[in-house]
Design a protein around this ligand. Structure first.
Ligand SMILES: [Zn+2]
Length: 396
């Protein structure tokens, strides 16, 4: 069985000098269009309490292209400019829906990107863009399956270029395994399952983090505006990128593995944001990127026909004996293992928590199906921020 979905295929590209110049101009113009419309909307709101929607904003573009100071806007791809305005419109809609912060101005230090939705060609490992009209070499590492809806050209802070194709594709529903699991997102291990499976954090990460710390210290010592400072800044950016990729790969693999091997997945709804803000645990917690594990599990469950449900965060999963229900009130964060005083069961802290999450999840699922409220595998959204929200909202 297959389900429709949106998927992205991202590849490195190697633009030549002419192409790089064109990209730089398009990045700049898109940023200008985005910032111009944002400023315009901000002023309009301040003075007249008005807000412009997508069509009203794009209607301003032709006049800008005719003005002497901004006539360079006409030299780049017009649909990409409109899509930058569309991104702003989406960011405003998310803000009005209270899903994200108010949109902010883009700077040239942010990741640079632009979208193309029409008149491009992608053939034999080469990409052809309107207005640019040259064939760009693409390092294709896997076959692009599905209908391409649009593409993104991006440049990282370390100067690498990528193309990302968004396609409407289909996802295979995984065969039932008959297994349900509770999942405890931990500090020492990235994820612990109620059946005892542990997904560890990547060991190489701390090696690179040490390197990064050292590189950052060196950077702060370099003279402002010097070439050495620029070189060091690049080193820091490369290490950042490396760490980001390692984390991303690891989370991709472990979440796919969990979804493949289990029909029903239950996970504790931690107030990750608050914990990250308030605790000394902050670093280790954000290291395992708990938020993104939850978010990935949620959408992969939907893609592959699995059940994913969050269990209330005030439920004391660590303190409750999973065998008899006795609660160890004095359990501290340091206690990695404990023995129940009522039934004598010996517990690994995390596995016990995962078992409790599983039991609570199954109970909740039963309640939901009795009420008839459980029409799909998505949980009803509460008012409180949930674990599944990305910890830093993605930029439009
Ligand atoms: Zn017990």
């Amino acid at each position: 069985m297959t389900k429709p979905c949106l998927k992205a295929f991202k590849f490195r590209i190697y633009p030549n000098k002419v192409e790089r110049t064109f990209f730089a101009r398009q990045f700049g113009c898109n940023r200008f269009a985005f910032n111009y419309m944002l400023e315009h909307n901000n002023t309009l709101y301040k003075e007249e309490k008005k807000h412009l929607g997508y069509f009203e904003m794009t209607a301003l573009l032709p006049a800008l292209k005719k003005q002497e100071q901004t006539k360079w806007l006409a030299e780049v791809n017009a649909q990409s400019l409109q899509l930058a305005v569309k991104d702003l419109d989406t960011a405003f809609k998310r803000f009005f829906d209270k899903k994200s912060e108010r949109p902010t101005f883009k700077t040239k230090h942010d990741r640079q990107c632009f979208k193309v939705a029409q008149d491009f060609k992608f053939e034999n490992g080469k990409l052809w863009l309107p207005k640019l009209k040259t064939w760009i070499k693409v390092k294709v590492s896997r076959e692009v399956i599905g209908k391409i809806l649009y593409l993104h050209i991006s440049k990282t802070v370390t100067g690498k270029y990528y193309v990302s194709f968004t396609v409407s594709g289909t996802n295979e529903t995984f065969a039932p395994t008959g297994k349900s699991i509770g999942l405890d997102l931990g500090i020492k291990d990235a994820a612990i399952l109620s059946d005892g499976t542990r997904y560890e954090n990547i060991k190489t990460l701390s090696k690179f983090e040490k390197k990064l710390k050292y590189a950052q210290r060196q950077l702060s010592k370099k003279q402002k505006g010097s070439k050495a400072k620029e070189r060091q800044r690049r080193k820091v950016a490369i290490l950042h990128e490396k760490i980001k990729h390692l984390r991303h790969d690891h989370i991709e693999k472990l979440t796919t593995d969990i979804i493949k091997n289990n029909d029903k997945i239950f996970c504790e709804d931690l107030a990750v944001k608050n914990m990250v803000k308030n605790h000394k645990l902050a670093k280790s917690l954000s290291d395992v990127s708990l938020g993104s594990i939850g978010a990935k599990l949620e959408y992969k469950a939907e893609w592959h026909g699995r059940v994913f449900l969050k269990v209330g965060r005030f439920f004391p999963s660590s303190k409750t004996c999973s065998s008899c229900g006795w609660i160890k009130e004095d359990l501290t964060l340091k206690d990695r293992a404990w023995t129940c005083q009522l039934c004598d069961s010996h517990h690994d802290r995390d596995i016990n928590a995962a078992k409790n999450i599983l039991a609570e999840g199954l109970k909740k699922l039963k309640d939901l199906s009795v009420c008839g409220a459980h029409s799909d595998n998505k949980q009803k959204q509460g008012e409180t921020p949930s674990l599944e929200e990305p910890m830093t909202p993605e930029k439009p």
